[in-house]
Design a protein around this ligand. Structure first.
Ligand code: ASP
Length: 427
């Protein structure tokens, strides 16, 4: 019997290669059946023509009740707060519809990864319940405020977050949390926490270990490879989701990772990072931002009026995701008149590259020099998303053209790398 005649919700006995499993079907793939065993564990069984599947009518499976883990305070361990901001890591799959909803409470997350208490005392709180594509700037403020509050009490804070827009949040937090003197770790999962194949547990373990270390930065921690061997610690301003589904999706961009963290608790630091004792001044929260900032991706055939649209809507800043070294269309269809108008109207225009890796440079080709002469700020090796959050944050403090330019080009949270190395590409 193949997998075709059974359905989600059926109780079955599967026999293959002298093994036998009993459980309830939670997913039927083309050649794969995912079974919830009586123990509560999920198992994926590859179905071939030697696999025997029998439906057991009438047999009942008791609903698996997760064992509630009693959190006891251990004086020898630091306190780490886990704040849940939604996303797949905080969601569970609805096996009837196959859809994922983001409503898995933080405590439940800890109950499913009890190993966390080996490294720290854990405190959890849910601050948002959203898939990250739905986040808006006020959510970044909310996250930053909650983190700042938690940092008063905890040695480190972990934010569990959706992957899609995670690097916008990590970069915004890097700007909003000034004189940060403890670790702030943003983590994620590509598969929901209730699935056997979820990457959530290891990412949470690695994040908890990182949150107890002598590190004073906002970092993103998650799988470094497709296996469960180690996680990467990446700087919050120089990291990006680079794969839509693989667990090792977050890669360092234009830099090396800060380090590798192994679930065994070993940490290898690979590049320079800020330590707690280097921060001499009091931490404070600086969450003033100007929300009227947009990103425009340049592409062949773009209608330059998109720039006018934002100017006429009262936008104060635009980040161009230019081609190559930082170019826009200047041929038969040219964006120059619209960009000139934007700058004349006082809009700040910044240039980044859609190649993601490398830096922009206005001195190689003459059209880029024209843009730079018009007043477009060439933002070195900044990621477009980091440029976007930084421009919002900078414009929240000053709208004076010269001051904005100066702040945009000044390193605030490790967002620039003066010396790019060939091996940092596709790390
Ligand atoms: N769309 C989801 C989100 O970004 C995906 C994820 O969590 O990984 O919230």
């Amino acid at each position: 019997m193949g997998g075709k005649s059974v359905r989600t919700g059926d109780f079955v006995v599967i026999e293959k290669n002298n093994n036998q499993w009993k459980g309830i079907i939670i997913q039927v793939g083309r050649n794969l059946i995912t079974l919830k065993l009586k123990s509560g564990y999920n198992i994926g069984i590859r179905v071939d023509n030697k696999t025997k599947i029998e439906k057991t009518i009438g047999e009942k499976i008791e609903k698996h009740k997760p064992v509630k883990f009693e959190l006891k305070f251990d004086k020898t361990k630091p306190l780490v707060s886990i704040l849940s901001a939604g996303g797949t890591i905080a969601s569970s799959i609805d096996y009837k519809t196959g859809a994922i909803s983001s409503s898995y409470p933080a405590e439940q997350l800890v109950n499913t990864v009890p190993e966390l208490v080996n490294f720290a005392n854990i405190k959890t709180e849910k601050i948002l319940e959203e898939m990250s594509e739905n986040l808006i700037p006020k959510d970044w403020k909310k996250i930053a405020n909650s983190v700042f509050k938690e940092l008063k009490e905890s040695e480190g804070v972990i934010i569990t977050h959706g992957t899609d827009t995670l690097s916008y949040t990590s970069s915004m937090l890097s700007f909003m949390l000034r004189n940060l003197n403890k670790p702030v770790v943003v983590t994620f999962a590509q598969k929901s926490s209730d699935r056997g194949s979820s990457d959530a547990s290891m990412n949470l373990i690695c994040s908890t270990i990182t949150a107890t270390k002598n590190l004073a930065e906002v970092v993103v921690v998650g799988h470094g490879t497709v296996s469960d061997d180690y996680c990467l610690i990446n700087r919050g301003t120089k990291v990006r989701k680079m794969h839509s589904s693989q667990r090792n999706t977050f890669r360092p961009i234009n830099t090396y990772p800060i380090g590798k963290v192994y679930p065994s608790e070993k940490v290898e630091f690979l590049s320079k990072y800020r330590k707690k004792e280097e921060v001499k001044e009091e931490p404070y929260l600086d969450d003033k931002i100007e929300e009227k900032v947009a990103i425009i991706k340049v592409y062949p055939g773009i209608n330059p009026e998109i720039v006018d649209f934002y100017v006429d809507k009262g936008y104060k800043g635009l980040i161009l995701e230019g081609t190559g070294l930082g170019h826009v269309n200047t041929g038969e269809i040219s964006m120059l008149p619209q960009i000139k108008r934007a700058i004349e109207q006082g809009v700040i225009v910044g240039m980044t590259t859609q190649t993601i890796y490398g830096r922009v440079n206005p001195y190689i080709y003459s059209p880029a020099r024209v843009l730079s002469n018009l007043g477009v700020i060439y933002l070195e090796d900044l990621l477009p998303e980091t440029a976007y959050t930084k421009l919002m944050w900078v414009l929240g403090h000053t709208q004076n053209k010269e001051e904005v330019k100066e702040m945009m080009l000044k390193d605030v949270a490790g967002e620039f790398n003066k010396r790019l190395q060939p091996n940092q590409f596709l790390y």
